[in-house]
Write a protein that binds this ligand. Structure first.
Ligand SMILES: [Zn+2]
Length: 244
């Protein structure tokens, strides 16, 4: 489970043996005292549980209520990475696509394959938002505005994901694919030169077979939109490096 708080926020990851110390029900909106974590780096600084980590919810400190009120005044709702517990892909597929509260879920899956026939990114004009076209194999331009306003690049990667008994089609949207790669679409296309948006770059191919935790929404056509992702494989790599 991962906790966030707004403003000066830091993410804490509670690994397997500590995952039950807090739940959405007992922790959201409360003051937490968390001990014995380690500082690690995954896109930004974060904290992770260790075997010694302990949590006290609304610990007996002076002015506890004042702290709670102060966080409330900041105005933003505290959230967890997934507001529901992790479910299976089969359970995800049975969610109701017509309900905006019942169509979301989080799953641990493997990224099994890519749809090689679909583009993996969109490049649109910053001004009119229409699709930009590759000009002389070097830059993207808008037919109406040329490169006057520049373009924005967004991942939209069609994949096959699976867990132990279910396979599904899933589209990784911009934020989710950026999460997986730690590389923005703009960086991939503009700086690394992947101008052919149907050609899947090696960095993305390398994600094949990797384990990830996805925040998803089920669509009416039973396809899955992936909104955020955690590349569990990469997190463990980061951790291992730090311990060496
Ligand atoms: Zn335009």
């Amino acid at each position: 489970m991962n906790l966030y708080y707004c403003c000066n926020n830091i993410e804490i990851t509670f690994w397997e043996d500590k995952r039950n110390l807090i739940t959405d029900q007992n922790a959201v909106g409360k003051i937490l005292a968390v001990s014995s974590t380690i500082v690690t780096f995954f896109r930004e600084l974060q904290l992770e549980s260790t075997s010694a980590t302990a949590v006290s919810i609304n610990p007996p400190i002076p002015d506890l209520q004042q702290y709670i009120n102060r966080f409330k005044e900041i105005g933003e709702e505290p959230t967890t990475f997934h507001s529901q517990p992790i479910i299976t892909l089969a359970q995800m597929m049975q969610k109701n696509p017509d309900s905006i509260t019942q169509n979301k879920g989080a799953c641990n899956v493997t990224l099994a394959d890519f749809d090689h026939d679909k583009p993996l990114a969109y490049v649109n004009c910053n001004n009119c938002n229409q699709r930009a076209h590759l000009h002389e194999k070097s830059k993207f331009v808008c037919l109406d505005h040329w490169d006057d306003y520049g373009v924005k690049c967004m991942y939209c990667v069609n994949t096959i994901i699976k867990d132990k008994d279910t396979t599904a089609k899933a589209i990784f949207f911009d934020e989710a694919m950026t999460d997986m790669l730690e590389t923005t679409c703009e960086e991939m296309i503009m700086k690394r030169g992947y101008k052919d948006t149907k050609l899947i770059p090696d960095e993305i191919i390398a994600l094949q077979g990797q384990h990830c935790q996805l925040q998803m929404t089920i669509k009416k056509d039973k396809s899955i939109a992936v909104n955020r992702a955690k590349n569990l494989f990469r997190i463990h790599q980061h951790l291992q490096k730090q311990r060496e």
